[in-house]
Design a protein around this ligand. Structure first.
Ligand SMILES: Cc1cc2nc3c(=O)[nH]c(=O)nc-3n(C[C@H](O)[C@H](O)[C@H](O)COP(=O)(O)O)c2cc1C
Length: 237
């Protein structure tokens, strides 16, 4: 965008398109069968790679799975989940145990909202397991992406990774696609290593579903509360 155009937008008090993309991006948990052209995925990842990273270290590594590979990976992951769901563990800690407030409160509110949308009550254990299983089907999305990072890297590289992931989600949204970032895929590191030949020195950080969202599903139409500015920012001058 030229400086002149930017000034014009600001003078008109219009919101730049990027703000709309940021606000409209939502995690989607159900996708249509419609295929996604591979060139589109390549464009998205190439664009996302312009993310900032500490001293330009670019710690990301992606394994994109579609077609038969996607089917093989999801089949293996679902089988692993059915056999070992009680003992599967991620490659890095997700939350402190127990999780404290205010995060526990927000976590529970979100889980309750998602369960209600999916029609699964908290006490319905088998229903909940069925829903978690859908995570390992990439929610039927035609494109799955597994993200890894050299395990010798430190916390700072997770910050860089977050910038990269958000870029992917926004670049996808700009093309009409939707996504769900899924750290739950870290639980499947053994399966993914075997199926995709991921070397031991790479840590499986997360996965992502990408495709055309099925917006007739209630879980894709939830309104989530985002904290008002005054709850997370202070201004001094
Ligand atoms: C790092 C990260 C990991 C996530 N992992 C999962 C996941 O494993 N499964 C899932 O369904 N959603 C996952 N999400 C999506 C969050 O639940 C979602 O971002 C949050 O509830 C806010 O909703 P929104 O993305 O629609 O704004 C993840 C999000 C982030 C940023």
């Amino acid at each position: 965008m030229s400086a002149n155009l930017l000034m014009e937008i600001l003078e008109m008090n219009a919101t730049p398109a990027i703000d709309d993309l940021i606000r409209e991006r939502r995690s989607k948990r159900g996708f249509l069968e419609r295929p996604v052209p591979l060139d589109m995925v390549k464009d998205i990842l190439s664009t996302a790679s312009y993310a900032p990273s500490s001293s330009n270290t670019q710690p990301w590594r992606c394994y994109v799975v579609t077609g038969e590979t996607r089917d093989r990976v999801t089949k293996a992951a679902v089988a692993e989940f059915r056999a070992n769901h009680a003992t599967l563990a991620p490659e890095y800690p997700f939350f402190p145990q127990p999780l404290h407030d205010p995060y526990a409160g927000r976590f529970n509110t979100f889980r309750g909202q998602l369960g209600d949308a999916q029609g699964v009550h908290r006490s319905d254990k088998s229903g909940r397991l069925r829903d978690v299983e859908r995570q390992f089907l990439f929610f039927d999305a035609p494109v799955g992406i597994i993200f890894t990072m050299d395990r010798r890297l430190e916390w700072a590289s997770f910050l860089c990774y977050g910038c990269f992931l958000q870029n992917i989600m926004l670049a996808a949204k700009a093309r009409g696609l939707d996504t769900c970032p899924q750290q739950i895929w870290s639980l499947q590191h053994h399966v993914l290593r075997a199926e995709l030949g991921i070397p031991q020195d790479e840590m499986v950080i997360a996965g992502m579903s990408m495709g055309w969202a099925n917006n007739s599903m209630p879980e894709n139409c939830m309104t989530l509360q985002k904290l008002p500015l005054e709850h997370f920012a202070s201004f001094s001058h």
